[in-house]
Design a protein around this ligand. Sequence first.
Ligand code: 5GP
Ligand code: MG
Length: 171
Amino acid sequence: MAQTTLFSRTQIDQRVAEMGKQISADLAGNEVIALCVLKGAVFFCTDLVRSMSIDVAMDFIQISSYGNQKYSSGVVTILKEPQLDMKGKHVLIVEDIIDSGLSMREVFNYIESRGAAKVKTATFLDKPKARKVPFHADYVGFSIEPQFVIGYGLDFAEKYRNIPEVQVLSD
Ligand code: 5GP
Ligand code: MG
C-alpha cells in the first residue's frame, strides 16, 4: 500500500486556526458544547477548541459504521452517548470527515432530539462527491476527492491515526 501526503502539518495548523477564529466569531455569546465524534475527530477537535477564543464545554459521542473496512456498512449505531445536558445549548458537532453523510445525519438528528437550541457542524475533511444522503456542514477544513485518507486521527483498521499529516492510502 502506498501513502502520499495530501495536507502537511503547516497546512493543517493554518486551516484549523482559521476555522477556530471563524467559529468563535459566529458562536460568541452562546453556551457552546463542542461534541467530538470519537475516535477519528479527537485530534482535530482538541486543536480546534484550542484555537477558539470563546468558552466551550466538551463532550464525546461514539458511533460505528465502518468496521475494519474502507467502505461504509451504511448502518450507524451509537456506541457512546454524550453526558452533558444539551438543552438550550449551541452544540458544535466536530467530525473528522464526511463521506456518505450517513453518520453526520444520524448524529445531527440525535443531538437535535436532545433539545439543543442550535446544532452546528464542523468537519475537518469533506468528500462532497461521495454523498449517499445530502448533508452540508457549516464549517469545512478541506474538501477532497473521493479517496481514502489516513492520519491526523483518521485510521485504517485502527492504524495510522498518529501520523501527524494527512495522507492518501492507495493499494
Ligand atoms: P459517512 O457516514 O459520512 O460515510 O462516514 C463518516 C465516517 O467514515 C467518518 O467519520 C470516518 O470515520 C469514516 N471515513 C470516511 N471516509 C474516510 C476516509 O477517507 N478515511 C478514513 N480513515 N475514514 C473515513
Ligand atoms: Mg468520524
